[in-house]
Design a protein around this ligand. Sequence first.
Ligand SMILES: [Zn+2]
Length: 456
Amino acid sequence: MKQLNLILLLFLTSFFACQNTDSTNSMTDTTEEKEHPNHTKLKAQSNEFIKELIQLGERVYMGVGYDGSNAAMIVGDDGLVIVDGLRGIGAAEELLRDFRKITDKPIKALIYTHGHGDHTGGAKAFIENPSQTRIIARAHFKEELEGNSPVKKMLIKRNIRQFGRDLADEEIVNRGVAAGRTPTDRAGKGYVPPNETFEDSLFLTIAGIDIELHAANGETNDELFVWLPKDKTLFTGDNYYKAFPNLYAIRGGQYRDVKSWGEAVKKMSQLPVEHLVPGHTRPSSGKEKIHKDLSNYSEAILSVYEQTITGMNQGLSVDELCAQVQLPAHLKDAENLQEFYGSVPWGVRSIFFHFVGWFDGNPSQLYPLAPKVEAEQMVKLAGGKKKIKEQFQQAMKEKNYQWGMQLADYILALDKKDEAARQMKIQALRKSAATQINAPARNYYLSYAKEMEEGK
Ligand SMILES: [Zn+2]
């Protein structure tokens, strides 16, 4: 009880401290120096990626922070099973060296939770004896990857922005579910294809370890989860990590099956899990906590899905839905649902477009004015470019950075080279970035601003 009072006191103190800070800001306009609370939270999320080899239960060891994702080792009677292969061979070799301090048993199998490069690109380091290592994944593994996409060039550019790959070290906080910088040593060079695949479920005993693999579409359509019934340990792949799920990746990609994702996590929540190993962020232990975390996660995903579907059937447009759909009140502050990586409105857009394509149902959107024509009308309506620029200053003062970006866009639609408008956009992007809890949004804003500053 004493502890509870202390927590309450700390909470109230920090709550009022925040309130005070905000009111001081608006009066004295010292926003430049004050750190936005979202930025503080995003920085704290980096604790999830501190490098550590963690033991869970009797015979599971996982490496956090060796690379952008997690990988684990299960120690059996006469051999080992590895779950996931990290992204870089260098990082995987380092983790293997640490695994080898624990045991010298041979690696009998490697299981891929899904086909994303950050979980497969370093696998080669773990395949010490290729002819005798079972490499297990789902059927149709890696089929959906964008490697052969006709818009590959665009995807690469957006990928660089989402992950802040060209940002300076001091600008990048993190990537939401990974550190801001991850190892580059032979990154992506060690993928080894599976030699064993399955469709729905697979029950195995390897080196005396009972293992269940279950297909679970979510972040990808080749995702699975690994369940060790005797160890009560669950490996979720990327269908769970400590951040709101990335229902849509702004780097671009195919539809992520939101409904299946929510149902997959629900299925996981029904298992008696004692230890949980996520694809990113730190593991957790304790049956009650894990059950609560997985239940929250599933409920959040399915709630976003249901609210969107209901709203669509009520005739709401995608933009109206983005403004309306929210996490249920009791989930908003859940520590595993903060929008460090995924973002609720991005999920809403993704679901909407998946079911009906681009047309939102409003006939005004059938043949909208071209951006330049609309900008001409808006600038005329405002009373000229000068007025728009004045409005921009007002928007900045009011910290309405989104409106600032949109105002800059009107002038840029008329003249991409308008220097004042370019500076407006850069300023709005940078200001907005500083208020973001969402790492991909922050990284994208800053990367785009940097490109503009470099005249790209
Ligand atoms: Zn991943």
